[in-house]
Design a protein around this ligand. Sequence first.
Ligand code: NAD
Length: 227
Amino acid sequence: MQTIVVLTGAGISAESGIRTFRDSDGLWEEYRIEDVATYDAWRRNQSLVLEFYNQRRRQLATVEPNAAHYALVKLEEKYKVIIVTQNVDNLHERAGSTNILHLHGELTKARSSLYENLVTDIGYNDIKPGDLCAKGSQLRPHIVWFGEAVPNIEIASGLTSGADIIMVIGTSLNVYPAAGLLHYAPPHTPKYLIDPNANQSVSARNLTNINEKAGTGVPALVEKLLG
Ligand code: NAD
């Protein structure tokens, strides 16, 4: 069975109603990332950071996976499919994909602000100032903030280097180290980039740009791959 590694970014969830970050003038849902998505922001104003992610989590409870998420589930009929996502939503899980690696964390989890491996499921519940981990320190969102290390990047690069086919969906390939993953793919491996603004400056051998929204471009490519 061939292995398909699928790298997804915020664009795959756009048609579910979750806004991407770079599409909105450098603001993320009206906030500057420096104010809500960095460790410095957390040090300055924990309440604001918690409230920002509480809002994202509440919104997540109101949206549904779209045709692109579901098409990737169908792909499992014929391929081993590994999804490596920059997204912090859970729409791949809710669609039914079985093999998902989150690079930037997950909204539905919290972790200790002191012990990074102390992670707990919180579903769609808020994290409030004063909510503590089992060892007594403040809970924070289980999110990799801008500037923080990405613990799963080595696993992701290993998976990418073993892929028979690569799909990249809805990412501007701007946020490193995730953006560098494509370079781990073997040169002969077919690569498909699905994004309405497919970045013509991305250069890789055997790369096909598909300038379409995920909701139409992904199901069409999946049909083709399923033959
Ligand atoms: P990004 O800028 O890399 O992705 C946006 C990309 O999506 C753009 O290239 C845009 O052309 C494309 N796009 C827009 N609509 C699309 C559609 N309908 N179909 C396919 N592609 C479409 O990524 P980002 O938004 O800057 O995210 C940066 C980081 O912020 C992420 O890595 C993530 O950690 C976080 N984030 C996550 C979510 C989420 O979990 N849904 C949403 C926003 C931001």
